[in-house]
Write a protein that binds this ligand. Sequence first.
Ligand SMILES: O=C(O)c1ccccc1NCC(=O)[C@H](O)[C@H](O)COP(=O)(O)O
Length: 260
Amino acid sequence: MNILDKIIADKHKEVKLKKSLIPVTQLENSVLFERKTNSLANALRTSATGIIAEHKRRSPSKSVINQNVSVQDVAEGYETAGVCGMSVLTDGKYFGGSLDDLLLARSSVKIPLLRKEFIIDEYQLLEAKAHGADAILLIAAVLTRDQIKSLSEFAKSLSLDVLLEVHNQEELQKSIMPSLDMLGVNNRNLKTFEVSTDISKSLSTQIPDDFVKVSESGISSIEAIKDLKQYDYKGFLIGENFMKTENPGASAIEFIKQLK
Ligand SMILES: O=C(O)c1ccccc1NCC(=O)[C@H](O)[C@H](O)COP(=O)(O)O
């Protein structure tokens, strides 16, 4: 079993348990459930930098990245840097994140927040809304076309933007539908962990113009972003490059200064 299959098998168990502990009505009655969301896709369309900076403590490909910073400090630093949005990993077992991280980030900043999670069930979209997310991620590699359609339509009914992530042509072709806002190409193969921005470049012409194009993972230089912009990418999801430093917010400030 590859790591992605393991993560998804665990996620099914986790969601089943959570559903038995926290009823949907509790999520729907939370204060943040009524909050007006702030579109990440719209922010990317008009952004000069397009940076979506991620909070990521550890990962299956790198184990520990940074366990010593607070999510509030990271969020405030990213906002000061002028990022377009922030991605918050909420998976606990493989990434050391939590829904509390999302809540704390929400209480610290106004920028659009992406719940970075392995979404397999509508319940997780209600959780995202109840914890202050503006956007959610769907991963084509672990969902059927019908699941992508029903999950993305449900997300849109909650006013959450949808970022659909692909890694190859087959995943892209099965996923294109009007209920998506952003199409993300993950430069990391989630089964082998190989990283190359070539995949973003080769898939770019096959992504219809209606979607905001986002290049995800393995981005660590200004040159890479300038290069990807020529392929019409408007969003750049960066995690480790900022999080591996002592002060991720300060690193983002430095990076964005060079980009402008
Ligand atoms: O990052 C991993 O090792 C990973 C492994 C398995 C599934 C997902 C994984 N990462 C999630 C992400 O998409 C990245 O955190 C995100 O794109 C940022 O990537 P990076 O800038 O390379 O940290």
